[in-house]
Write a new protein. Structure first.
Length: 423
C-alpha cells in the first residue's frame, strides 16, 4: 500500500511547476490523470527534443507514474467528460495562466457545485495584487522572489540559479498544500482552494536574505566577506558570492586539477567549533592560539588570508581527498559535483535518487527519482505516458462510460482519435 492510494488527481498541469507537484503525488500512490489537449499535449513534450519522434526529457522527467487522457473541455462533450472527472476526483491541480480555467467554464464556484469535496490547487506566478494576471516562468519568479538580487558576486550583475526554485520549488510547496488540505478534509468533509504563487515560494526559500535585510538596520553584516574587506553596505541585502548563508564563514576553494577541470573545487566552512582541527589539518597550528586568529570575531577581517592559506592545502588534494580528510574531524566540506559525476554516482542509484527508466520511443534514460523516502510507502518510478495513452481506460474504467458512449465521445472530437501505441 502507498500513502496516497485511493486519491484521484485531475492533473491539469503543464510545463514544470505543476507537473513537479503531481509527479510527487503519483510517487506517493495517487492516481494522477493528466488531461492534455488532443493532438498537442503538454508543450514540453516537444521542447528541447533530443530523440526525434520521442517525448523530450523535459517532459518524461516530470511526468512519471501518470496516466494521460486527451480531452478538449472547450468542446461541449469534452466539457461533460471534464465535469464527470471533477465529480470523480479528489483534487484538481492546475497551473494555467490566470483566468484560463474560468474561461473553460470551470470557476472555483462551478467546481464546488460539481464536487464540494474537491480540492482545487493552483500555481500562479503572483498572488493577489497588481501582478496577479501575469504569466510567469522560472527566471521571472527567481527575480521577483528576491533570489536573483542576492545571488552572484558583489561586483557583478544579479544571477539566477540552476536549481529550479521557481518551478519545482513551487510545485513542492503546492504538494504540501494539497496533502494538508486532504488531511483537513478528513475533519470538515469540505474541499478548499490551495494557491502557491511562485514569487511567494521563491521568497520562502530566500527567507534568510529577508532576515539579513532587517539585520542591516543594526549595522553591517559581519559574516559577509565584504565586511572583512572593508566594503561598505548599501541599504539592501547584497550579493554574497559563495559566502555561507549562516554565521560560519565558508568559501569555494580550488582543489588538485582545477587548472583543467572546471569542477575541481570544494566548499569549505571554517566552523568555529572545529577551528583547532582545521588549523592542524592545513598545517597552521600556530593559528590556534595566535592573537587575531583564535576567535571567530578576530578572524573576520582576515578571511581572505585564512581562506588563501586553506586553499594552498586544498590545492594539494582532490575534492574527494579533502572530504575524506576533513570528515573524520567534523570539518564541514563538500565537493563541487558535476552533473556527470552525479549521473554516475553509484550511491545515488542505490537509493533510487537517480533512476534508469525505459521508454518505448526513446529507450533508456536517467531521471531523478523521488527525493523523499518513506519507510512505509515505497516508490517505483514508471515511465511517463504517451499522449492520450490512457484515454480509453480512463473513460471506461474510471468514468464508467460504456463502449457505445466511448465511441460517440470519440465521434464528437472531444478526445484524441488514436490511442497512442506504446510499443
Ligand atoms: N484543451 C483545450 N485547450 C486547452 C487545454 C485542453 N486540454 N489545456 C489548455 N488549454 C488552453 C487554455 O484554456 C488556454 O486557452 P485560453 O488562453 O484561450 O483561455 C491555452 O490553452 C493556453 O494556456 P496558458 O496557461 O495561457 O498557456 P501559455 O503557454 O500561454 O502560458 C505559462 C504558459 C506557464 C506562462 C502560463 O500557463 C502561466 O503563467 N502559468 C502559471 C504560472 C506557472 O506555472 N508558470 C511556470 C510554468 S513552469
Amino acid at each position: 500500500m502507498k500513502a496516497l492510494e485511493g486519491v484521484k488527481i485531475l492533473d491539469f498541469t503543464h510545463v514544470q511547476s505543476g507537473p513537479t507537484c503531481t509527479q510527487l503525488l503519483a510517487w506517493f500512490g495517487a492516481d494522477v490523470i493528466k488531461v492534455e489537449r488532443p493532438g498537442v499535449g503538454d508543450a514540453t513534450r516537444k521542447q528541447l527534443v533530443d530523440v526525434p519522434g520521442a517525448d523530450s526529457l523535459y517532459f518524461t522527467m516530470l511526468n512519471h507514474n501518470k496516466r494521460s487522457i486527451e480531452l478538449n473541455p472547450k468542446n461541449e462533450t469534452g466539457k461533460q467528460v471534464l465535469e464527470r472527472l471533477v465529480k470523480t476526483c479528489d483534487v484538481l491541480v492546475e497551473n494555467f495562466a490566470p483566468g484560463a480555467l474560468d474561461r473553460m467554464g470551470f470557476s472555483w464556484e462551478r467546481i464546488q457545485e460539481l464536487n464540494p469535496r474537491m480540492i482545487m490547487a493552483s500555481v500562479k506566478g503572483f498572488g493577489p495584487g497588481k501582478y496577479e494576471d501575469c504569466k510567469v516562468y522560472e527566471n521571472v519568479a527567481q527575480c521577483a522572489g528576491g533570489s536573483a538580487s542576492t545571488t552572484g558576486f558583489l561586483d557583478g550583475i544579479p544571477v539566477v540559479t540552476g536549481a529550479q526554485i521557481g518551478d519545482s520549488g513551487t510545485g513542492l510547496h503546492l504538494a504540501l498544500g494539497i496533502v494538508t488540505a486532504l488531511y483537513q478534509r478528513e475533519q470538515t468533509g469540505r474541499g478548499q482552494k490551495v494557491l502557491a504563487a511562485m514569487q511567494d515560494g521563491v521568497l520562502n526559500l530566500c527567507r534568510v536574505k529577508l532576515r539579513d535585510q532587517q539585520r542591516l538596520k543594526a549595522g553591517p553584516l559581519t559574516e559577509y566577506s565584504q565586511y572583512g574587506e572593508g566594503i561598505p553596505f548599501g541599504d539592501a541585502t547584497p550579493r554574497a558570492g559563495n559566502d555561507s548563508g549562516g554565521g560560519q564563514p565558508g568559501r569555494i576553494l580550488k582543489c588538485k586539477g582545477w587548472e583543467t577541470d572546471p569542477n575541481a573545487y570544494t566548499y569549505f566552512i571554517t566552523q568555529a567549533a572545529v577551528w583547532e582541527k582545521i588549523c592542524d589539518v592545513i598545517g597552521a597550528p600556530e593559528w590556534k592560539t595566535k592573537e587575531g586568529y583564535a576567535t571567530p570575531p578576530e578572524r573576520l577581517d582576515k578571511l581572505n588570508e585564512i581562506f588563501d592559506r586553506i586553499e594552498q592545502w586544498t590545492m594539494t588534494k582532490t575534492k574527494f581527498e579533502v572530504m575524506d580528510t576533513c570528515n573524520p574531524f567534523d570539518i564541514p566540506v563538500g565537493p563541487i559535483l558535476s552533473m556527470k559525476e552525479i549521473a554516475e554516482d553509484e550511491g545515488l542509484r542505490a537509493t533510487g535518487t537517480i533512476v534508469e527508466v525505459d521508454h518505448p520511443k526513446r529507450g533508456k534514460y536517467l531521471s531523478v527519482g523521488c527525493p523523499i523516502k518513506m519507510s512505509d510507502s515505497s516508490v517505483e518510478v514508471v515511465r511517463s505516458p504517451l499522449l492520450g495513452e490512457h484515454t480509453d481506460e480512463i473513460l471506461t474504467d474510471v468514468l464508467g462510460y460504456s463502449q457505445s458512449e466511448l465511441e460517440s465521445i470519440k465521434q464528437s472530437g472531444a478526445v484524441g482519435q488514436a490511442k497512442a501505441a506504446a510499443e
